[in-house]
Design a protein around this ligand. Structure first.
Ligand code: DQA
Length: 147
């Protein structure tokens, strides 16, 4: 059985392509899912891809990844800056985690500069747009191999 990477997306990311395209781009979440699946297939990974606007649903999914996944790619969106629950769930998962942001959060408002997720992340990618998700898959391919 091949390793599964869980790709989790937080609130409002279902609106990608329509919401503030000058910040987040015109690529939709569905486009990102296709890009991720294509890249993962090259490396022989399976992908579980989901989005939720609800914090508890994301916690449930991290707990599923804990027992079934090899790694997590997460764009926690606004929960990045607020969620101790996601921090704790990722800590409990004990998996490699890549935190992805489409925008460079450090160039934006002050409240986006702090992340509750980063202390649990193996790597953080911000500002590379949708390509950041592809970079995350490539990173995990070499990281899981070296583990
Ligand atoms: C985001 C950045 C967050 O600050 C914001 O709340 C989002 C998207 C990004 O991908 O750039 O919803 O995570």
């Amino acid at each position: 059985m091949s390793a599964t990477i869980f790709v989790l997306n937080g609130p409002n990311l279902n609106l990608l392509g329509q919401r503030r395209p000058e910040v987040y781009g015109y690529t939709t979440l569905h486009d990102i899912e296709l890009m991720v699946r294509e890249r993962a297939a090259l490396h022989g990974f399976d992908i579980e891809f989901m989005q939720s606007n609800h914090e508890g649903v994301l916690v449930d999914e991290i707990q599923r990844a804990r027992t079934r996944g090899a790694a997590i790619i997460i764009n926690p969106a606004a929960y990045t800056h607020t969620s101790v629950a996601l921090h704790d769930a990722l800590e409990a998962a004990e998996l490699p985690v890549v935190e992805v942001h489409l925008s460079n959060v450090h160039r934006r408002e002050e409240f986006r500069h702090h992340s509750y997720v980063s202390p649990q992340a193996t790597a953080v990618i911000a500002g590379a747009g949708a390509y950041g998700y592809v970079m995350a898959v490539d990173f995990l391919a070499q990281h899981l191999e070296s583990e």
